[in-house]
Design a protein around this ligand. Structure first.
Ligand SMILES: [Zn+2]
Length: 327
C-alpha cells in the first residue's frame, strides 16, 4: 500500500517534470491579431519647438519608421498648424506631402481641434469644413479623396441629438468616422518627453521612453480583454497615436511590442470591415472615450479604468500626481 502510493507519487512527479521539460521546448505562439495604426494632430505636435524645419525632420523620422515597418497608417490633420501668423508655412505643409509621398493616408481632424463637448454644433461643423481645404487639394492632386474624420478628444456629442446631427453632417460631406479602440494617455508621456528634451536631460528622456512601452503593453492587454468580454473574440483594433517627438524616436519599439503580441498591420478601411464596428453605439456625453468603452456603455457594461501613468511621468509633464490614477 505504502509502496503503491510512493510509486503513484513518483509517477506524478516524473510526469510533471516531463511536462515542464516539454513546455520549455514549446515556443508559445501569440494569437493572430490585426490592428490599424492612426496618428492624430498632424502635421506634428509642436511641443517646445517652434522651428518647423526641425519639426519636419522629426516628422520625416516618424514617416520613415512607419514605412520601414510596413504600417499602412493614416494621419489626421489640424490645418490650423499649417499657418504661421496667417501665412501658409511651407515646411509644415511639406510634412503632409511627405506623408502622401510615403504612401500613407490623410484624414480630417478639424481645423483648430475644438471640443464638441464645449462648442456649439454649427461652429464645430464650420471648423470641420475649414479643416478640409489644404488636405483635400493635396489628396486630389494624387487622385485621392478626403474620406475619414477623427473626433478631437474622441468627443462625439453631449446628447443623442448632437451626436446624430453631427454624424449626419459628416455623412453628407462624404466622411467615414474613424473610431479608436485603443485609447490611452500616450500624450502625457509625450509631454514629459518634450519637457525632458527642452531641459536637455537625456537620462529623463530615456526614463520616459523606458516607461512608455510597458505602459502601452498594459493598455493593449486591457483592450484585448475588453474586446473578448464584449464580443467573445478579439476584434480588429484601431490604435490612436499622436505625431510627436516621442513616437518619432520610439515608434519601432512600439512596433516590436505589437508584433510580439501577434499583431499584423492593416489599413483603417480593412479594420472597419470587422462587423464589430457596426455594433449598437448609443453613447453620448461630455467625456471622450474609446469605441470599446462606448460599446460597453451602450449595453450596460462598465467602461475600463484608465491605465495609471507613472507619477514621475506626470510630474515631468507638469500634471498633478492625482491625474490618470496613481502608479
Ligand atoms: Zn487630436
Amino acid at each position: 500500500m505504502r509502496m503503491a502510493r510512493w510509486l503513484i507519487l513518483l509517477g506524478l512527479v516524473s510526469s510533471l517534470t516531463g511536462m515542464a521539460a516539454a513546455a520549455d521546448d514549446i515556443v508559445v505562439q501569440p494569437p493572430h491579431r490585426e490592428i490599424a495604426v492612426t496618428f492624430d494632430d498632424l502635421p506634428f505636435v509642436v511641443g517646445y519647438i517652434s522651428d518647423w524645419t526641425v519639426l519636419r525632420s522629426r516628422a520625416d523620422e516618424l514617416i520613415q519608421k512607419i514605412v520601414a515597418s510596413h504600417v499602412p497608417a493614416i494621419g489626421f490633420v489640424n490645418e490650423a498648424k499649417l499657418y504661421t501668423q496667417g501665412q501658409l508655412n511651407e515646411q509644415s505643409e511639406a510634412i503632409l506631402n511627405d506623408w502622401l509621398d510615403a504612401g500613407l493616408l490623410l484624414g480630417n481632424h478639424t481645423y483648430s481641434h475644438p471640443s464638441l463637448s464645449h462648442v456649439p454644433l454649427e461652429q464645430f461643423e464650420q471648423d470641420v469644413i475649414r479643416g478640409e481645404t489644404v488636405t483635400k487639394s493635396l489628396l486630389a492632386a494624387r487622385g485621392m479623396q478626403l474620406q475619414y474624420f477623427r473626433h478631437p478628444y474622441l468627443e462625439v456629442g453631449n446628447d443623442a441629438t448632437t451626436r446624430m446631427a453631427f454624424e449626419q453632417f459628416l455623412g453628407g460631406r462624404g466622411y467615414t468616422v474613424a473610431p479608436v479602440t485603443i485609447n490611452h494617455a500616450e500624450w502625457v508621456f509625450a509631454a514629459a518627453y518634450d519637457r525632458a528634451a527642452q531641459q536637455q536631460n537625456q537620462q529623463a528622456m530615456q526614463r520616459v521612453a523606458d516607461a512608455y512601452i510597458p505602459y502601452m503593453e498594459k493598455v493593449f492587454a486591457n483592450a484585448e480583454q475588453q474586446s473578448r468580454e464584449l464580443f467573445g473574440r478579439e476584434i480588429r483594433q484601431v490604435l490612436l497615436l499622436h505625431a510627436n517627438s516621442l513616437n518619432a524616436a520610439h515608434f519601432q519599439d512600439l512596433v516590436a511590442m505589437m508584433q510580439r503580441r501577434g499583431y499584423v498591420f492593416i489599413s483603417l478601411a480593412d479594420a472597419l470591415q470587422d462587423k464589430a464596428y457596426a455594433s449598437l453605439n448609443t453613447y453620448c456625453g461630455p467625456v471622450g472615450m474609446s469605441w470599446l468603452d462606448q460599446w460597453s456603455s451602450s449595453v450596460g457594461l462598465p467602461i475600463k479604468q484608465d491605465e495609471p501613468v507613472p507619477v514621475f511621468v506626470k510630474g515631468l509633464a507638469g500634471l498633478p500626481a492625482a491625474s490618470f490614477g496613481e502608479y
